[in-house]
Design a protein around this ligand. Structure first.
Ligand SMILES: [Zn+2]
Length: 327
């Protein structure tokens, strides 16, 4: 089911189209293998101009590079509505070992990852952090390993002067303590607290450290009251400059694009299948990103055109790039 298909079953009107950066995706996941080219065209048509493929397991790093190459080939050139093939959907790589999969990571993965970074500079290090979503992860041994891998990957970010993409779930205080004690300085190197899920105080604490808060399709759910309050509070204190948006596809499908109650295929919820049996009709896709923009625009009372331009700037700032805003 695509966004256009799903729209035929809802009353929602498509949001307006503005240039956007999808700062966090897993577009290399096999769940996109059958129609990746179509999804690239749809994403482009919805304004998505840059898309970051974010690492989580070492064994998938090569798959990410293959996806980057194939998508970049698919998009050279894309015909725009006025037949100007001047731009395309640019794909980028972040390399990282995700805390949820800590039992699958080895010391060798860390050294091999460092070699890959030295050989070909990625856009960022990620996703890295702490996650105590399940009881097993709260076990002292597992959590200690998460902390160690988090710190070593922060070290790599400092050594290579790269921004990090944080995955922090149910471990905000512990993550903030590590970040405060570490040499990694997000004010200088950038960084994103991806799919931010904490409360108001935590939101402000990450922004204070220099991170942008990554907002996903979760914000489109009117019941996500804690998240909405946290984002609003951060913006009240620090301005819209503290936000970026992301799909985190194939997860976090915006509520207006969901077609059944069974919407949770989330990374971290079903680690064994890694989306292998995620129901296709609830899969999130990069083309759904405008729904995050339009919901934020409404929530924060900032016109979508203005917000889109600011989010572009924020993303470049967080990722230490200077991508030109398409006019
Ligand atoms: Zn992710």
């Amino acid at each position: 089911m695509t966004i256009l298909d799903s729209l035929s079953t809802t009353d929602e009107a498509l949001p307006d189209i503005y240039p956007l950066i999808d700062t966090h995706t897993h577009f290399d996941a096999p769940v996109f293998d059958e129609d990746r080219a179509t999804q690239v065209q749809k994403a482009y048509a919805q304004g998505v101009r840059h898309l970051v493929l974010v690492g989580y397991l070492y064994r998938h790093f090569d798959r990410m590079y293959e996806t980057e190459q194939s998508v970049n080939k698919m998009t050279q050139p894309i015909e725009t509505s006025d037949n100007q093939a001047q731009s395309s959907l640019n794909t980028h790589i972040a390399l990282g070992l995700h805390p949820f999969y800590i039992d699958q990571h080895t010391e060798k993965h860390l050294t091999d990852m460092e070699q890959k970074i030295a050989a070909k500079r990625p856009l960022a290090i990620g996703e890295i952090g702490l996650d105590t979503f399940t009881d097993e992860m709260k076990e002292p041994e597992a959590f200690a390993k998460q902390e160690r891998f988090f710190k070593v990957q922060l070290d790599m970010a400092v050594t290579h002067k790269l921004p990090v993409m944080l995955h922090i779930r149910k471990a905000h205080a512990e993550a903030l303590a590590i970040l405060k004690a570490h040499d990694y300085d997000a004010h200088k190197l950038g960084g994103i607290a991806h799919s931010f899920s904490g409360g108001e105080q935590e939101a402000k604490a990450f922004v204070k450290l220099g991170f942008k808060l990554g907002v996903t399709g979760q914000i489109t759910n009117p019941n996500a009251k804690k998240l909405r309050r946290a984002i609003q509070a951060a913006v009240d204190s620090y301005g819209v400059e503290c936000l970026v948006i992301e799909t985190d596809c194939p997860d976090m499908t915006p509520i207006m694009c969901q077609t059944s109650d069974n919407s949770q295929s989330a990374l971290g919820q079903s680690p064994d299948n890694e989306w292998g049996d995620a129901p296709n009709h609830n899969r999130n896709v990069p083309a759904n990103l405008p729904w995050v923009l339009s919901t934020l625009s409404e929530l924060l009372s900032v016109p979508a055109a203005e917000l889109a331009q600011q989010l572009w700037k924020n993303s470049c700032n967080a990722l230490q790039t200077d991508w030109a805003y398409p006019v």
